[in-house]
Design a binder for this molecule. Structure first.
Ligand code: DI6
Ligand code: FE
Length: 418
């Protein structure tokens, strides 16, 4: 890839022409990967203005900066629609204990697990949180991610949850990766509320959500519906509070046990239900009717050594769109490589490479409610692209540990010093 002369400026270039590229546009219904071989793409003002075979490039579009991709593949910038990448500390010690036989649930019930990361996050300074989260987001960015969702959920008090959301926004600004924030106050019961579950759910609904809205820090609300976390009724209360503020909702649903989470998410018109290893076919049907996206997180299944496969065949049969994300978090998915998430989605869950890549582009965008703006290479969408040194898009799922991303384009601005 030859960098254009003014690639490092921090202004949006007036016009960019990407040429000598094979495009995986990921436009639905446009054939496998929406491929355009020997393609070109033009952008102006940060938006894509033209996509097609280079041979048909209209003459007027050739002006402005040129990125010669040298025959590389270009995809939409990756959309990692489910991460928890702001947190203090790590859980490598817990990993060791699990490998000696302790289960994720046993550790959680003994006061470890999510709550141990809550302790570390509350104790961390803003600078510490920014610096560690920034490193993780930079890694994702270098590996082709141009939009990431980041959840709170390791603060579990109003002050620290807002701090997490502020850090999430700050690392977005610092890295240039577009960040969407999600309030996950209902992630675990904090120790100080051990004997007052209802009181904590009230805190989330009546204090946390309004404070996050007031501070302008929140784009969506999530909850963890699980035996070790919150009941369906408690999650429903959180969803009702989100609805009062017009916030879209999502749910950590049926990850470890079938709680009817998929159907609960659908009943509340959730944008997505996530994990879903144990979701029932009834739940899948309800999601199809509600238009709820299934977000698959194979990094967590792999890291927790859970061989239960989400009902992928049913998602296909009922037309539920499948997204794929890293779930980057310290306890169940310390996964810093978006392409490894794609590979695991294929190998553990049986997605095709094309489904997996669509899951981290077009469908990931839909899980964030941004399908009109990002996720495919089409005129009118943001010029967010990733450039890959591969011979075919399936290689993005095939290699394990490769680093084929040679450039990204963010809003029409080329970044080659990855
Ligand atoms: N499910 C997950 O996989 C993460 N959160 C959740 O609700 C795990 C969070 C952790 O273990 O720290
Ligand atoms: Fe998660």
């Amino acid at each position: 890839v030859t960098p254009p002369p003014s690639a490092r400026g921090d202004v949006t270039p007036a016009g960019l022409l990407v040429r000598n590229a094979h495009l995986a546009t990921m436009v639905g219904g446009a054939g496998p990967y929406g491929v355009i071989r020997d393609g070109a793409l033009a952008s102006a003002g940060g938006r894509i203005t033209w996509v097609g075979p280079e041979a048909s490039l209209p003459a007027g579009l050739a002006a402005g900066e040129v990125l010669d991709a040298g025959g590389a593949w270009v995809t939409p910038g990756l959309v990692d629609c489910h991460t928890h990448l702001v947190f203090g500390g790590d859980r490598a010690g817990e990993f060791e204990r699990r490998l000696q036989g302790a289960s994720y649930e046993e550790i959680a019930l003994a006061g470890g697990g999510i709550v141990s990361t809550v302790r570390a996050t509350r104790a961390a300074t803003d600078e510490e949180l920014v610096s560690s989260a920034r490193g993780r987001l930079e890694l994702l960015g270098r590996r082709g991610v141009t939009t990431a969702e980041i959840k709170s959920g390791y603060g579990l008090d109003v002050h620290t949850e807002l701090r997490m959301l502020r850090v999430a926004r700050a690392v977005g600004e610092a890295t240039g990766v577009r960040v969407q924030t999600t309030l996950l106050g209902a992630h675990a019961l904090p120790p100080e509320y051990r004997d007052d579950r209802a009181g904590y759910v009230r805190l989330v609904c009546e204090a946390m959500i309004p404070a996050a809205v007031e501070a302008g820090l929140v784009d969506a609300v999530d909850a963890f519906c699980e035996e070790i976390a919150f009941t369906p009724a408690e999650c429903a209360r959180v969803f009702d509070a989100a609805a009062v503020h017009g916030l879209p909702v999502r749910l950590h649903a049926d990850q470890r046990t079938d709680q009817g989470g998929a159907a609960l998410a659908a009943r509340h018109g959730a944008r997505s239900a996530d994990h879903l290893e144990h979701a029932s076919v009834d739940g899948v049907r309800a999601m199809a009717e509600a238009g709820t996206v299934a977000v698959l997180l194979p990094g967590a299944a792999h890291f927790l050594r859970d061989d239960t496969v989400p009902p992928v065949e049913a998602f296909r049969a009922h037309g539920v769109p499948m997204a794929v994300a890293t779930d980057l978090n310290p306890g169940s998915s310390p996964l810093l490589d978006p392409l490894l998430a794609l590979g695991l989605a294929c190998l553990l869950f049986g997605l095709t490479p094309e489904e997996a890549l669509a899951g981290m582009t077009r469908v990931g965008a839909r899980a964030l409610g941004r399908e009109g703006e990002i996720g495919t290479l089409e005129a009118g969408k943001r010029a967010d692209l990733a450039v890959w040194r591969v011979g075919h898009p399936a290689e993005l799922c095939y290699w394990m540990g490769a680093a084929p991303c040679v450039a990204v384009v963010r809003g029409g601005l080329v970044v080659t010093d990855l």
